[in-house]
Design a protein around this ligand. Structure first.
Ligand SMILES: NC(=O)c1ccc[n+]([C@@H]2O[C@H](COP(=O)([O-])OP(=O)(O)OC[C@H]3O[C@@H](n4cnc5c(N)ncnc54)[C@H](OP(=O)(O)O)[C@@H]3O)[C@@H](O)[C@H]2O)c1
Length: 300
């Protein structure tokens, strides 16, 4: 029982650190020249990675590029998008389009879908990766920051899935890969909204998987534990979980590869790493009330 409790505590902390951003973001009002590039190479199918310039999104882009997908990468900052494009195009015989959009804004999904539809992009994979977590307590965050988190973590995933669905159906068999977190498997009191948004992504993905099965559009959901995409995540994981946390962590490159491999095999829930996978099963079995009370107080 003591071991089970320790495991659950570790899970909470893992979910917590999976909120990868140190500070809450202030939403950008607008971005100039959102659409970059116009030369399309239609000989290969396309995969769109929302949040594909860095971290897990970039690792997913690499795994797709190695399977001969042309890419459309979406993020806010042009420089990191351009750097990702250059690296990918020099490593693989593919074409990479880059679109600068703030996905937390209401009209971004429509504009991205219009861009793809008007070019009749042969879209076969949509990856909704961009998301925001954070170490701050829900009760200490301003409403604007929480709305931004909800818009980015849930709304953009829901909106891109819906607006790009006609193209995905047209190019079926196709795939949607949504990125949640292990934080979505159990309520984390201090990370209240973060775990709630990720739980929503998990439920949305389960439901959509069944709804689209007959249309040959697969829906998968990646729910990783700690992934060291930035030094702060490694630091917090080491501090709060020690040796166990370091065992739980999976390298971004491995997460990207496993996410793509299992999505193409039509797995619904993807939890990279043996320790994380076993832990995720345990935490899903626990009664919610018990999980919540065990996790309470560990998030600060
Ligand atoms: N790292 C972990 O430990 C961990 C664990 C579990 C789950 N996750 C989830 O995995 C996903 C990726 O995490 P990560 O650690 O790889 O993040 P990351 O390294 O910070 O990368 C985030 C990516 O999304 C883009 N992005 C962020 N905000 C955006 C916005 N408003 N509009 C458009 N693009 C935006 C970023 O580019 P710009 O900054 O240029 O916009 C970047 O390409 C998130 O959903 C996160 O919740 C992460």
């Amino acid at each position: 029982m003591k071991k089970l409790r320790l495991l659950c505590i570790a899970l909470l902390l893992m979910g917590e650190v999976s909120g990868q951003m140190k500070e809450a973001f202030v939403p950008l009002d607008s971005l100039e020249s959102p659409i970059q590039g116009s030369h399309l190479n239609d000989s290969l199918p396309y995969a769109l990675v929302a949040g594909g310039s860095k971290g897990i999104g970039y690792a997913i882009a690499v795994a797709l590029a190695s399977r001969n997908y042309n890419l459309i990468l979406v993020a806010r900052h042009y420089d990191s998008l351009f750097a990702a494009k250059k690296k990918l195009e020099s490593a693989f015989p593919i074409h990479v389009e880059i679109l600068t959009f703030d996905l937390s804004l209401e009209d971004s999904a429509d504009k991205i879908a219009q861009w793809c539809i008007s070019r009749n992009i042969r879209l076969k994979v949509l990856c909704n990766v961009a998301g925001l977590g954070g170490e701050k307590d829900y009760l200490k965050l301003p409403l604007d920051s929480l709305r931004y988190m909800v818009n980015l973590n849930i709304e953009s995933c829901m909106a891109l899935s819906l607006t790009l669905l006609p193209l995905l159906q047209k190019n079926a068999p196709s795939h949607i890969l949504n990125v949640a977190s292990m934080a979505g498997f159990a309520p984390i009191p201090s990370k209240n909204m973060y775990s709630a948004t990720k739980a929503a992504v998990i439920y949305f993905s389960y439901a959509l998987h069944y709804q689209l099965k007959d249309k040959s559009v697969n829906v998968s959901c990646l729910a990783p534990g700690p992934v060291f995409t930035k030094p702060s995540i490694r630091k917090v994981t080491k501090k709060k979980l020690g040796w166990f946390g370091m065992q739980m962590a999976v390298a971004p490159e491995r997460v990207g590869e496993l996410a793509v491999r299992r999505t193409l095999k039509k797995k619904i829930i993807i939890v990279p790493g043996t320790w994380a996978r076993i832990s995720s099963i345990v935490v899903r079995i626990l009664p919610r009330k018990l999980a919540t009370s065990m996790y309470n107080g560990l998030g600060g």
